[in-house]
Design a protein around this ligand. Structure first.
Ligand SMILES: [Zn+2]
Length: 354
């Protein structure tokens, strides 16, 4: 039993109706199994010979190695801009179903450039088209983080930084850094990161996931407004204080952390400890199709395992609104909308870090 919602109200129903934002979700990790199958068949790929049940089974998370193989298969099946447009629209539709009002979506242009040979301009046009169609239909707004995958060729990071700068004003709001973290600290890519920052594109890296606090410390000189995951910061009280004092927002993805084994069991997740220490947090899905999650499930996790109240979840949503990389007027409009909707639901945000 939970005391998160007033007596007589159903938790799933209340959480479902809350307005939400999501700042950490990968386009390639959000492809629905059925969509992947249709795309693979259209392109005559081996994957297309499977039936839907087999593809669903393929999406069942086994271990990190299987996850990276599946990720590569998903990326490899996306052969042309129409595929990117389709999955962008579907991601927004799913967000709309969960009352998500704004999404910042990461995609990896280097992977699609190397794999299917799709020029960045065509990739960006495709996702922007998908986003615009979805916005007109659902009202969900979307922006993009283009990320360099750490395992890729190091010189590619400069290329991705150039794409990010070229895409600013066309929906790209940040340069990301993803992939396997060990032995690939952010500082290795510092030149490209600084190059983009000097041209107004902020850095939003993944860090403190597979690597401990040192991975997050390594990012701080680049002044990231947000860090993907960052949960292992909890191991270093000085780092926790630094994140709090600098108001760096952590994009926390609990189900992802459990599936990849970064966190051993639900009760051990540092979500509550970081929150109580005053770190600004948001809840996210990371790769919803591959981790069998959605934003509603992440909210349920926070309530059921770490005793978060609806008021605290609303505070997290407002942190997400304030951390959205939107022009000030759009961010204000989003805040107005979310605040109004929360008020209509009778929810007052509480527990917001000072
Ligand atoms: Zn991620």
């Amino acid at each position: 039993m939970t005391t998160a919602v007033p007596a007589g109200q159903d938790l799933t129903d209340v959480l479902g109706r809350l307005p939400k934002v999501e700042l950490h979700v990968h386009l390639e990790g959000s492809v629905r199994p059925g969509t992947l199958l249709r795309i693979a068949r259209r392109h005559g790929l081996d994957l297309g010979r499977l039936d839907e049940a087999a593809v669903v089974e393929l999406f069942r998370f086994r271990d990190f190695r299987h996850f990276t193989e599946l990720y590569e298969q998903c990326c490899g099946a996306l052969r042309d801009p129409a595929d990117l447009e389709l999955i962008t629209e579907e991601l927004a539709d799913e967000a709309h179903r969960q009352n998500v009002r704004h999404l910042e979506v990461t995609f990896s242009p280097g992977t699609h450039r190397r794999g299917a040979g799709i020029p960045f301009d065509e990739q960006l046009d495709a996702v922007a088209r998908g986003a615009e169609q979805a916005r007109r239909r659902t009202g969900v707004t979307m922006r993009f983080v283009v990320d360099h995958v750490r395992g890729g060729p190091p010189e590619e990071c400069q290329q991705v930084a150039e794409w990010a700068v070229a895409g600013a004003g066309r929906g790209v709001v940040a340069l990301g850094l993803g992939g396997f973290e060990p032995r690939r600290p952010a500082s290795l890519f510092g030149e490209a990161v600084r190059w983009a920052a000097a041209r107004g594109v902020p850095f939003v890296p993944h860090a403190g996931e597979a690597v401990g606090p040192e991975g997050v410390w390594d990012c701080l000189p680049f002044r990231p407004p947000r860090i993907g995951h960052g949960i292992r910061s909890v191991e270093d009280p000085r780092l926790v204080a630094a994140l709090r004092d600098r108001a760096v927002v952590l994009e926390v993805c609990p189900t992802s952390n459990l599936r990849t084994g970064v966190v051993s069991e639900p009760g051990a997740h540092p979500l509550r400890r970081l929150w109580d220490a005053g770190v600004r947090l948001t809840l996210n899905t990371d790769d919803p199709s591959m981790f069998h999650t959605d934003l509603l499930a992440e909210h349920r996790f926070a309530v059921e395992w770490h005793g978060f109240t609806v008021a605290e979840l609303a505070a997290m949503t407002l942190i997400g609104v304030d951390a959205a990389l939107l022009p000030a007027t759009e961010r204000e409009a989003l805040r107005e909308r979310v605040t109004t909707e929360l008020a209509e639901l009778g929810v007052t945000a509480a527990g917001l870090p000072a």
